[in-house]
Design a protein around this ligand. Structure first.
Ligand SMILES: Cc1cc2nc3c(=O)[nH]c(=O)nc-3n(C[C@H](O)[C@H](O)[C@H](O)COP(=O)(O)OP(=O)(O)OC[C@H]3O[C@@H](n4cnc5c(N)ncnc54)[C@H](O)[C@@H]3O)c2cc1C
Length: 415
């Protein structure tokens, strides 16, 4: 290798730090730019299941992930008085149900991935790409701090509204498909709310869904307020307007919803976004590739966002190592190896938005009956096959003997 290969990654959520870790393992020089001032703390728990969990194991992070795990008994659908109308315990579907066996706060997972390689990877927080020029031989990138970098490859790991994707692949409207609703995630004080370890969900007619689940800190809850809606015009930078939007939608709703809407007004980690899927024919162009939600956001309702991001980062870096840095060959393999997994991961759970946020009391009752039926001993095996096995549907290649891996081991022992 004549020079150390270099990469610039936009976004330090889940996919960005995971990709940075693997590229660094293979001897690349990596810089990550993140628009936020630090690793973003927000979000509820995310699942570590199937191949996503295997990637975490191969990174050697499983003991830390298990230590940061949030204990949950399962998911329960409640009525306005808080009574459980149906339950899906965590051990249903072999630990791969809606609440999986290993659940970790999204912010904790992002911090873990960041700490796995932050000594060797350059992280620039509060920074974004403002211009990108792919000459065919290298990519020149201008950053918001005014500096200019020239690197071999650029990766967009900047979420469903990826700026890298917009600048290289075209307008957001062509590839971002609304699923029919919005969701806000935030932390709320647990005052007078005790779920006794359950992830509790309350559905109200009109397509309103409120939920709370345990935090690692018992004085707090992870909350979500979601609603069915046609696409809305709103300013994604105006957080106060988004807080008001949530408060208006949930005014007069039952259960803990008004209390949660009030907490949403001040929560520091408040985050609202449309429920969307990103579907693209290709995730690579020239010397630029997309990874995670930027290229194939499956929509949070699938529970597959984290697995796709982790597996995507692992395969992308692994194929670059296997191709000894030949990005054309590696990008083609990345698309080939990952696409079937992404297509399965993007399959929406039965009934999609209509069953997640039903419009009528009748459909809410039908949903509760269905939940009871599929968790029954007779139907569990069939339901597991139909709804909860996507995370396993990939044979993860082993890149440990790739040429770049061997090269980087020599490099490390020489350090
Ligand atoms: C605050 C937050 C809370 C979330 N909560 C949940 C949840 O509770 N449940 C769930 O299922 N999913 C949640 N998600 C989505 C989930 O993290 C992803 O679906 C999945 O983990 C894939 O991760 P990703 O790294 O591709 O995208 P993301 O996790 O969205 O990370 C993208 C990163 O890119 C950064 N970024 C965006 N634009 C730019 C730019 N122009 N330049 C530089 N950086 C940029 C963002 O600040 C973010 O850190 C949340 C995402 C965020 C950002």
């Amino acid at each position: 290798m004549s020079h150390r290969r270099s990469a610039l990654i936009s976004g330090a959520g889940i996919a960005g730090p995971a990709l940075a870790y693997w590229l660094n393992e293979y001897g690349w020089q990596v810089t990550v730019v993140e628009a936020a001032p630090g690793i973003r703390p927000g979000g509820q728990t995310v699942d570590l299941r199937g191949a996503g969990r295997t990637v975490i194991e191969r990174m050697g992070l499983m003991p830390a992930a298990r230590a940061a795990c949030v204990e949950q008994k399962g998911i329960a659908w409640v009525d306005a008085s808080g009574r459980h109308r149906s339950e899906m315990p965590v051990d249903a579907f072999g630990g791969d149900g809606i609440v999986s066996e290993v659940e970790i706060l999204r912010g904790d997972l992002a911090s873990l991935l960041y700490s796995a390689a932050d000594d060797h990877v350059e992280y620039l927080f509060g920074t974004r790409i403002t211009a990108l020029d792919d000459s065919g031989d290298e990519v020149t990138v201008t950053l918001s701090d005014g500096t200019v970098r020239t690197v071999d490859l650029v990766f967009g790991a900047d979420g469903p509204h990826s700026a890298v994707r917009r600048s290289v692949f075209g307008p957001e409207e062509d590839v971002v498909h609304p699923v029919g609703g919005y969701t806000a995630w935030f932390t709320a004080p647990s005052t007078s709310m005790d779920t006794h370890g359950w992830y509790e969900m309350f559905q109200a007619p009109g397509g309103l869904v409120a939920s709370i689940r345990p935090d690692t800190d018992p004085t707090r809850m992870k909350a979500s307020l979601a609603f069915a809606s046609e696409p809305l015009m709103y300013d994604r930078n105006d957080i106060d307007a988004q807080r008001s939007l949530i408060a208006e939608r949930f005014a007069g709703t039952g259960w803990h919803a008004p209390q949660l809407a009030e907490a949403a007004r001040t929560a520091e980690d408040f985050y609202l976004d449309a429920l969307v899927q990103v579907r693209m024919d290709s995730w690579t162009s020239g010397r630029v590739a997309l990874v995670g939600d930027a290229g194939y956001c499956p929509c949070p309702l699938t529970g597959m966002g984290t697995s796709l991001a982790l597996v995507g980062a692992y395969v992308l870096a692994g194929e670059l190592a296997a191709a000894d840095g030949d990005h054309r060959r590696a990008f083609a393999r990345y698309e080939q190896v990952l696409r079937p997994y992404v297509e399965q991961g993007q399959q929406m759970p039965g009934g999609g938005m209509k069953m997640f946020a039903p419009k009528s009391a009748f459909v809410i009752r039908v949903g509760q009956m269905l939940n009871r039926a599929i968790t029954s001993r007779v139907l569990q095996p069939l339901a597991r096959k139909m709804f909860f096995s996507h995370a396993e549907n990939i044979e993860l290649p082993d890149y440990s003997t790739a040429p770049e891996q061997q090269m980087s081991e020599q490099l490390r022992s020489a350090r």
